[in-house]
Design a protein around this ligand. Structure first.
Ligand code: ATP
Ligand code: MG
Length: 151
């Protein structure tokens, strides 16, 4: 089954915006130069993006912007989820994809520490890559690249 990346991302952002009660500002930056119908498992992509986006929501203050950027390079489709939230301390970064690991700065924000472990599995199943960039008190960017099997 093929999936239209652009439509899928727009729908997902709309859904999240609805359940967020207009707390955050959602921005979809579409840097694709054409429409991509790709052979990706929709459920896996939903797991990846909804976990990253719900973290972006959960770990940032109400009025902050949550950005999903989609682009493409020679190696595949790139998704970037950017927030202006609490950030992730350097010491925690290498453990984030392990089950139950939560960073030391989460404070009262609740969670099980499973989301990113699941994301990592989904990315691996797609033979993709995931990386992050973060600054405490400033924000975090998660980048996922999935190889493209275009129709
Ligand atoms: P859940 O299983 O409900 O998703 P969780 O959000 O705590 O719980 P993960 O999604 O696996 O678990 O994230 C692991 C940890 O990484 C979080 O506890 C948090 O410390 C840190 N983290 C993840 N995303 C962000 C983000 N966007 N900003 C700041 N910290 C983050
Ligand atoms: Mg989470």
């Amino acid at each position: 089954v093929t999936l239209n990346i652009r439509d899928f991302c727009a729908d997902l952002m709309d859904e999240l915006q609805l359940i967020d009660n207009a707390q955050h500002q959602f921005v979809l930056s579409d840097r694709l130069t054409q429409s991509h119908e790709v052979l990706l498992d929709e459920r896996l992509l939903r797991i990846i993006l909804s976990n990253l986006l719900s973290n972006a929501i959960k770990y940032s203050k109400e009025w902050k912007e949550i950005e999903l950027e989609i682009s493409r390079d020679e190696q595949g489709i790139c998704f970037q989820v950017k927030d202006g939230g609490i950030g992730i301390p350097e010491a925690d970064r290498k453990h984030l994809f392990q089950m139950f690991h939560r960073a030391q700065n989460v404070g009262e924000i609740s969670g099980t520490g499973l989301g990113l472990a699941i994301v990592k599995r989904a990315v691996d199943l797609h033979k993709g890559e995931i990386s992050l960039e973060s600054q405490e008190g400033v924000g975090t960017i998660f980048r996922v690249r999935l190889p493209l099997n275009e129709q």
